[in-house]
Write a protein that binds this ligand. Structure first.
Ligand code: MN3
Length: 199
């Protein structure tokens, strides 16, 4: 069975104006779809065909000869996770267990500044994450298609910092996109769910 592009958790124009329907139509409808289509071509007729997305990622991670499979599979997973990190009328300080964690990281304003610094510090393309690392919340970034996958590390929240994620709405201004993500888009319910599952 081939991999399918998962439906978005909201309508394409539901995140306007912070994240435009035009951006979503390219980012989801072109970029995310292309990763799914390419992955299907790459695994067709191989021993990876029919495996779950997670199993494919685990099977090819760290294998240079399988880099293309890893890149496309990981980008499919990362984007599906990213869409769930945003919601209509999102944004603002969190509540619930994640709020206590962020207090522990110096408070929400510091958290947003530190997240922006993490995003800007990623040279080129990649992802900025809030993770639970062996019980402790941390900010990390990963290059290209990689995700935080070390033992004991669970992704809680991500922002896509590839230029295709923000160029139409924010041009080259990555920090402005990350600020808008936290002001108007972030879905803390999803981060709380991930934290609860990890705990
Ligand atoms: Mn992207």
């Amino acid at each position: 069975m081939a991999f399918e592009l998962p439906p978005l958790p909201w309508a394409e124009d539901a995140l306007e104006p912070a994240y435009s329907a035009r951006t979503v139509s390219f980012h989801y409808g072109k970029h995310h779809k292309a990763y799914v289509d390419t992955l299907n071509k790459l695994v067709a007729g191989t021993d990876l065909e029919g495996k779950s997305l997670e199993d494919v990622i685990m099977a090819v991670a760290g294998k240079p000869e399988k880099q293309a499979v890893f890149n496309n599979a990981a980008q499919v997973w990362n984007h599906t996770f990213f869409w769930n990190c945003m919601k209509p009328n999102g944004g603002g300080a969190p509540s619930g267990a994640i709020a206590e964690r962020i207090e522990g990281m110096g408070g929400y304003e510091k958290f947003v500044e530190d997240f922006k610094a993490t995003a800007v510090g990623r040279f080129g393309s990649g992802w900025a994450w809030l993770v639970l690392d062996n019980g402790e919340c941390k900010l990390v970034s990963t290059p290209n298609a990689e995700m935080p996958a070390a033992p004991g590390v669970t992704p809680l929240l991500v922002v896509d910092v590839w230029e295709h994620a923000y160029y139409l709405d924010y041009q080259n201004l990555r920090p402005a996109f990350v600020q808008a993500f936290f002001d108007s888009l972030v879905n803390w319910d999803f981060a709380n769910e991930n934290l609860a599952k990890a705990g």
